[in-house]
Ligand binder design. Structure first.
Ligand code: ME8
Length: 528
């Protein structure tokens, strides 16, 4: 079992503002990082910005700025968004930083020395938007980028090529031997069938037609191809090849560290094929997992700024709170599958799961404990009513399922498990009918029901902490949970609550008016 965790998001292009799709990846990574830290593991969580390339150079020119000024401004916006979403990244790597340049130059030099790259002539087509080269067959007669369908530019220039055939067999072997290396499994099949089987060409890894990039030391008229540059962030941020390799040794070189790259389906090829080859060339071990998540769509097409169909996460957080958006992102779309953002489903998720099932359960429980026991949670005395055992066992099982699921990046499934416990706790009230127990003077049973309710809610709230960053502590305040009992280690033993003084508080999630809110969210959609 690994005992350290290194998890990364893609580093996003600062060419535009970030949208809900970027927030999706980053929030899900944050949930995983918070989960591992909560369990007590050393965890390093990285995100950042991919700042070089022709597209940035062009956008900066349009904005009348130098590329550095342009990316500095954009990155400010990134960081504000991550603060708003309470993202707990340990570092933020920018590819324009010196520390990153040095690592990239070191790697490129080594590739030249080892004979893994060679100087040649590139003839083909370049898509500025995707920062990708394509062959004549790939762009077809219309000369459109096969990925984004924009016109491509004919490119013919001197370039360094990376020898892919040198490492291909090793890569295929590695994929075969490590079934978790690239998941979901459908992504692995897609890589093999679409890119590897038809014949993988050598990859052009330098450019001479623009300057906003990292110069190749041995031949400075070349700048490093943005993808070789960008992928290297995962180790430059850990100090690889610098005088301070401590983080690299701890979170990468050490086999006890689990290295996880989370990426969207649009960039699988670079992470699953070329990045492992670059690492092999450098003699560094491969990541343990490349987890490919699906894309959030709108109006049946990929969300993108240029199509004018993006959702800005900022107003959603401002109006509904950070927990509502984080929960929606985690829960609505199964991590790994494609999803669709609709205002109706957004509002419904908050109303049904958060306001009704979760928030209202707390409200009912606190009211009953107030009414029947003067606000003091009765002591745990084992299972008394016929329904107690079932609820306790479910709570215990939920902890096990949750850990197994979250640990395996089945993030959505893990929170579905927690909400099953919440639904069962609501049902437990219906089954035990506390008001009748009171009426009939069955005090022992009533006390047990109040205790089981408080304890089931407590377990749910502990488990929800990686996704809900505000509500659990409000819940603990209302249930009177002491500070030391808020620690994750107490979740394994059912029945830790008893004797606390509950405090009536505000609803955790006020119910939303569906019509008004759908209209509001619709007004945010489109080109903003
Ligand atoms: O590709 N749904 O940066 P990028 C879900 N710089 N996720 C989405 C999404 C959507 N509609 N749109 C974007 C790059 N994403 C490179 C990465 S890494 C070494 C270099 C997320 O700004 C998703 O994770 O275009 C996707 O892979 C990433 O943002 C692409 O961000």
């Amino acid at each position: 079992m690994k005992n350290k965790f290194y998890i990364t998001t893609p580093i996003y292009y600062p060419s535009n503002k970030l949208h809900i799709g970027h927030a999706y990846t980053t929030v899900l990574n944050d949930v995983y990082a918070r989960f591992r830290r909560m369990q007590g593991y050393e965890t390093y969580f990285l995100t950042g910005a991919d700042e070089h390339g022709l597209k940035i150079e062009e956008n900066a020119k349009k904005a009348n700025m130098t590329p550095q000024q342009f990316v500095d401004k954009q990155v400010e916006g990134f960081k504000k968004l991550w603060d708003l979403l309470q993202i707990t990244n340990d570092d933020f790597i920018r590819t324009s930083e010196k520390r990153h340049h040095e690592t990239v130059q070191h790697i490129f030099d080594n590739m030249i020395k080892r004979g893994d790259v060679y100087l040649g002539e590139y003839e083909g087509y370049y898509c500025v938007h995707e920062e990708s080269f394509w062959t004549a067959t790939q762009v077809g007669e219309d000369k459109l980028c096969p990925e984004c369908k924009r016109p491509v530019q004919k490119a013919s220039e001197e370039t360094y090529f990376f020898k892919t055939d040198k490492y291909l067999d090793r890569l295929l072997n590695h994929m075969e031997k490590h079934p978790k290396f690239l998941t979901p499994i459908s992504r692995k099949n897609e890589m093999i069938n679409t890119f590897i089987k038809p014949g993988l060409e050598d990859l052009s890894v330098s450019r001479t037609s623009f300057t906003w990039g990292i110069p190749v030391k041995a031949n400075p008229k070349h700048v490093t191809y943005v993808w070789l540059d960008a992928l290297t962030n995962y180790i430059s941020a850990l100090g690889y090849s610098s005088n301070h390799e401590e983080l690299f040794q701890k979170f990468w070189a050490d086999e006890n560290s689990e290295i996880i790259h989370v990426v969207g389906a649009d960039i699988t090829r670079f992470h699953a094929i070329y990045w492992p080859m670059f690492l092999m060339s450098e003699g560094i071990r491969l990541p343990d997992r490349i987890f490919v998540h699906g894309l959030l769509m709108m109006k049946d097409s990929k969300m993108s700024k240029s199509r004018g169909n993006v959702v800005d996460p900022v107003p959603l957080v401002k109006r509904y709170g950070v927990d509502a958006l984080r929960y929606y992102l985690v829960r609505e779309t199964v991590f790994g599958s494609d999803g669709q953002f609709t205002p109706e489903q957004f509002v419904e998720r908050i109303n049904v799961d958060l306001a009704n099932d979760f928030g209202n359960l707390l409200h009912r429980s606190v009211s009953m404990i107030n009414k029947y026991y003067d606000g003091i949670v009765p002591q745990y005395k084992g299972d008394i009513t016929p329904f107690d055992k079932e609820l306790r066992e479910l709570a215990e099982q939920t902890v096990k399922d949750y850990e197994a699921q979250l640990g395996d990046l089945k993030i959505t499934e893990a929170f579905i498990s927690v909400f099953k416990l919440i639904s069962a706790t609501n049902k437990y009230i219906d089954n035990t009918e506390p008001w009748n127990l009171k009426k009939n003077g069955e005090d022992e049973k009533l006390a047990s029901v109040m205790n089981h309710l408080a304890n089931a809610l407590y377990v749910a709230a502990i488990l929800l902490q990686p996704v809900l960053v505000e509500a659990p502590s409000k819940l603990f305040d209302q249930l009177g949970v002491e500070e030391d009992l808020r620690d994750y280690k107490h979740v394994y033993k059912f029945g830790v609550l008893g004797g606390q003084k509950v405090n009536k508080g505000q609803p955790l999630f006020p119910r939303l008016n569906v019509e008004d809110e759908v209209e509001y969210i619709k007004s945010l959609m489109g080109d903003n």
